[in-house]
Design a protein around this ligand. Structure first.
Ligand SMILES: [Zn+2]
Length: 216
């Protein structure tokens, strides 16, 4: 099973991806992790990426594509994968299509997790962070035992500037602008599957299963 998973920040994509991987015995390929691993192990591609990063530039798409290519050759992805964090743009999606075609692989589906903006804002602005140890809490899903105080070290909990409403709305706007053309790209190829991401984690997972069971 070969999937791409798209969803705005705060939609619960990570949690759902983890459940899907476990159930269908596929691996999550996060481009952030792949990039880090390549740099850490000093691979040729990792060194290439490092040069761009040292110069304060973005790592070019082709370098990331080449890293993904190496990943896809590994035996542990034989059952399939979920790509996470890539593609983010239409040119990246085109490059990925070319790569998969070249490897005689085909995507099964592009899952799109949809959650109304107001819900996302509510969830994301509920994050609080400990000033002492940096542990984060969510007032809705994972509140501290005592209001405003860290469970671990009694440190003061505060709201980081990033977690305030305006930056959150900006992030969601950026996501929407960036992702819309991508969704159109994959819709035109009849690959998108929309999942409503509101409700309980288990219910959302069951909705995803309904779509994925046919690719088993
Ligand atoms: Zn703490």
């Amino acid at each position: 099973m070969k999937l791409i998973f798209l969803g705005p920040p705060g939609a619960g994509k990570g949690t759902q991806a983890e459940k899907i991987c476990k159930e269908y015995k596929i691996v999550q390929l996060s481009t952030g992790d792949i990039l880090r691993a390549n740099r850490k192990h000093g691979t040729e591609l990792g060194q290439k990426a490092q040069k761009y990063m040292d110069a304060g530039e973005l790592v070019p798409d082709q370098v990331i594509i080449d890293m993904i290519k190496e990943e896809l050759k590994k035996p542990d992805v034989a059952h399939g994968y979920i790509l996470d964090g890539f593609p983010r743009t239409v040119p990246q999606a085109e490059a990925l299509s070319a790569l998969l075609e070249n490897m005689e692989q085909k995507l099964d589906a592009v899952l799109v997790l949809e959650v109304p903006e107001e819900d996302l804002v509510k969830r994301l602005t509920a994050r609080r962070t400990c000033r002492t140890c940096g542990k984060s809490y969510n007032l809705i899903y994972n509140p501290p035992k005592q209001e405003g105080i860290c469970d671990l070290d009694s440190g003061e909990l505060y709201q980081r500037d990033d977690d305030k409403e305006e930056p959150i709305r900006n992030r969601l706007k950026v996501y929407e602008n960036q992702t819309k053309p991508l969704i159109e790209f994959y819709s035109a190829r009849k690959l998108t599957v929309s999942i409503h991401g509101t409700g309980k984690i288990k219910e959302i997972h069951e909705k995803i299963e309904l779509h994925l069971d046919k690719f088993k």
